[in-house]
Write a protein that binds this ligand. Structure first.
Ligand SMILES: Nc1ncnc2c1ncn2[C@@H]1O[C@H](COP(=O)(O)OP(=O)(O)OP(=O)(O)O)[C@@H](O)[C@H]1O
Ligand SMILES: [Mg+2]
Length: 250
């Protein structure tokens, strides 16, 4: 299993109050899955993504990435895993405004200590993968919203991570541009990567092969597509809302 999450809790202390952002999350992700996380605002989606992305650690419970217990790692080890295994895409693209697309995508490789030629080669390859071969010299303000987000996706890809995490990657885009982004994720998934994205939009979620719904810091439902083509309906699998096994733990 690529990701194994058990009884995961994340509690934030705000003044005298404790906020239970994650309240006992259990789920697994196999390599090369393509899943969408949905759920109301405040249900814990970003908190879960941040933990899976090794940007945050749980208050209790277990998160294993490729059989390594992430909560037990030092900050240096966490940073290393983050660089090697995770590519993050955010709602606001977080690009450097003065750098062109190629330089923006190269940046993670500078931190990884790669030589100039190799950086260039890999950044070009990643930009081609998201369909931006002819926009490499454009700065962010010379690109459309969808193109900017595709640069951000190329940047997330350039380290060849095993997992791409995207937190509302189409949240700031119109629906036509959203489809552009989804085409890029489809290519990435077909290349063998694992894609996990958070979205509020059912149309976007339909591109995934599995939909996990969160509510109050827990997984409320987990449905998989039956796999007979694009129009296939989602069928429930794993944990369901009102599943007796889940109810016992509450
Ligand atoms: N740094 C923090 N300190 C305190 N509370 C936090 C912090 N981050 C998140 N929370 C709280 O934890 C809960 C879950 O937040 P989270 O950001 O995971 O929700 P979300 O499902 O991503 O929501 P949205 O759809 O609005 O992005 C919320 O009630 C939020 O207020
Ligand atoms: Mg969020």
């Amino acid at each position: 299993m690529l990701i194994t999450v058990r009884e995961l809790h994340r509690v934030y202390q705000v003044g005298d109050e404790k906020v239970h952002a994650l309240n006992g999350v259990d789920f697994d992700v196999a390599p090369n899955e393509y899943l969408a996380v949905m759920g109301p605002s405040g249900s814990g989606k970003s908190t879960l993504m941040n933990i899976i992305g090794c940007l945050d650690t749980p208050s209790s419970g277990s998160y294993k990435l490729k059989d390594r217990e992430i909560g037990k790692l030092t900050d240096d080890e966490l940073a290393q895993i983050r660089n090697q295994e995770i590519g993050f895409v955010f709602q606001t693209f977080n690009l450097l405004p003065r750098a062109d697309a190629l330089h923006n995508v190269e940046l993670p490789l500078v931190y990884a200590g790669l030589k100039h030629e190799e950086r260039r080669r890999r950044a070009r390859e990643a930009l081609e993968m998201v369909g931006l071969k002819d926009r490499m010299k454009h700065r962010p303000n010379e690109l459309s919203g969808g193109q900017r987000q595709r640069v951000a996706i190329a940047r997330a890809l350039v380290n060849k991570p095993s997992i791409i995490l995207a937190d509302e990657p189409t949240g700031n885009l119109d629906s036509a541009t959203g489809e552009e982004i989804m085409a890029a994720f489809e290519t990435i998934w077909k290349a063998g990567n694992t894609v996990i994205l958070v979205t509020h939009e059912p149309d976007i979620a339909q591109h995934a092969h599995r939909i996990v719904r969160m509510r109050d810091g827990r997984i409320a439902s987990d449905e998989r597509r039956s796999g007979d083509g694009d129009g296939a309906a989602f069928r429930p699998s794993g944990v369901r809302a009102g599943d007796p096994a889940q109810e016992v733990r509450r």
